[in-house]
Ligand binder design. Structure first.
Ligand code: GLA
Length: 399
């Protein structure tokens, strides 16, 4: 058992006085390419990372669900029959009313969405204690939230005998995030976390929800994937993320398509003529980003990871200039990593803070880290948190 799995088990024992029945875990993710394309029914290419969230769980004899985590000393307790009232109404009602803290809305929201999807009466379901510990950095854009959702979904599927498929679990995670937490996100993070495979990225068509594992070959090519966490915090339940999603929906409606997925680069001239300047740039990012995902998959398959650097950089430029979701710290991370010789680099995740990724020759890793740290110091930014990640496996039962 990893130290984090042990701390989940220890937390469970402190809460209940006995050992957990099961421990399940799910990873965070980094997105290689395909940003904000998921809710436009487009393409994404994320991979699960080795940082994981563990849920130690056990049944109770009553109908109570109780969650505790290492990031909050106070357990949160809700009757299973109350979940519908808490989360079934307007998005994020339980969170907004302050009746549950935001972190607890992830596991509780998963329980609610799993039961709603199953159609079983909440009254027949045994109560459960859930203790959560995580080594996924929070607020770094590495989907610590999807990791909680995945670990909880796996554990509840097991304890409650729900018979969920991996894709069911991903949908349940997204429903929890959209409805219980009130963040209008797509399904990329949940699929990446739940269905991740060692050494591979998950190529996901967000319309059909078909997935293919794409070999990354980083180790074979002696490449490391460096995460540069700017420590600029972001939230997707407020502000910019929602605004960008609305701009995409407006653009699709004005162009008469169900989703921006239905446009190609060849449609951009028409889009420019029809849309206002800002909406056009939002649309241009999505349309070109979808193409870059397809090109990246092809390049990886035909030539390997050294061939994708230009696509990663073009993706960053598009997010910086057209989608306008980068921040100076992310631009500095990308530029300084490239100056130090990175194969490619881009911000990853929803933007407005969080982390950048850089694909770096193993031999140049230390000098790249130093160059990035120096660039941050020169700009007067808080020192970034830098670490490497390896493509890892998805949700699983640990004990
Ligand atoms: C966040 C969301 C995802 C996706 C990305 C941007 O991580 O949770 O659904 O939209 O932002 O690509």
């Amino acid at each position: 058992m990893t130290p984090t799995a042990q701390s989940a088990a220890a937390l469970f024992e402190r809460l209940t006085g006995s050992a957990p029945e099961r421990i399940w875990s799910a990873p965070g993710r980094a997105n290689l390419i395909g940003e904000h394309t998921d809710y436009n029914e487009g393409f994404v290419l994320p991979f699960a990372i080795e940082h994981r969230t563990y849920a130690a769980v056990g049944r109770r004899s009553d109908g109570i669900i109780r969650v505790v985590s290492t990031f909050d000393p106070n357990p949160v307790e809700v009757a299973i029959v109350e979940l519908q009232a808490l989360f079934g109404g307007d998005a994020g009602e339980g969170v907004r009313s302050g009746s549950v803290p935001e972190w607890a809305a992830y596991p509780l929201g998963v329980a609610w969405a799993a039961l709603a999807a199953d159609g079983q009466g909440a009254t027949q379901i045994p109560g459960v204690d859930i203790a959560i510990a995580s080594d996924v950095p929070i607020g770094a854009g590495l989907s610590s939230s999807a990791a909680i959702e995945g670990a909880t979904a796996g554990a509840l599927d097991d304890l409650w005998g729900l018979g969920l498929t991996p894709l069911d679990m991903a949908k349940i995670g997204r429903t929890a995030e959209n409805q219980a937490v009130g963040a209008p996100t797509g399904i990329m993070d949940q699929v990446a976390s739940i269905m991740g495979q060692t050494d591979a990225a998950t190529f996901l068509d967000c319309r059909t929800l078909e997935t293919q594992a794409v070999d990354l070959g980083f180790a074979r090519e002696h490449l490391a994937l460096l995460v540069i966490d700017t420590q600029v915090s972001h939230s997707h339940s407020t502000g910019g993320y929602r605004d960008r999603r609305e701009a995409c929906e407006r653009g699709a409606a004005a162009l008469g398509v169900p989703a921006l997925r239905d446009l190609t680069v060849g449609d951009l001239d028409r889009a420019r003529a029809v849309l206002d300047e800002v909406t056009f740039r939002r649309v241009a990012h999505i349309v070109t980003e979808n193409q870059r995902v397809l090109d990246t998959v092809e390049a990886l398959r035909a030539e390997g990871p050294r061939a994708i650097g230009g696509l990663l950089v073009a993706s960053h430029v598009s997010m910086r200039d057209d989608f306008e979701i980068s921040v100076p710290e992310l631009d500095t991370a990308v530029e300084s990593a490239l100056e130090a010789g990175a194969v490619g680099a881009r911000m990853t995740g929803g933007g407005f803070g969080g982390a950048a990724i850089a694909l770096v020759d193993e031999a140049r890793l230390e000098q790249t880290r130093e160059a990035v740290a120096d660039a941050f110091a020169r700009a007067g930014f808080r020192a970034p948190n830098q670490f490497t990640v390896v493509p890892s496996h998805g949700v699983l039962r640990d004990a």
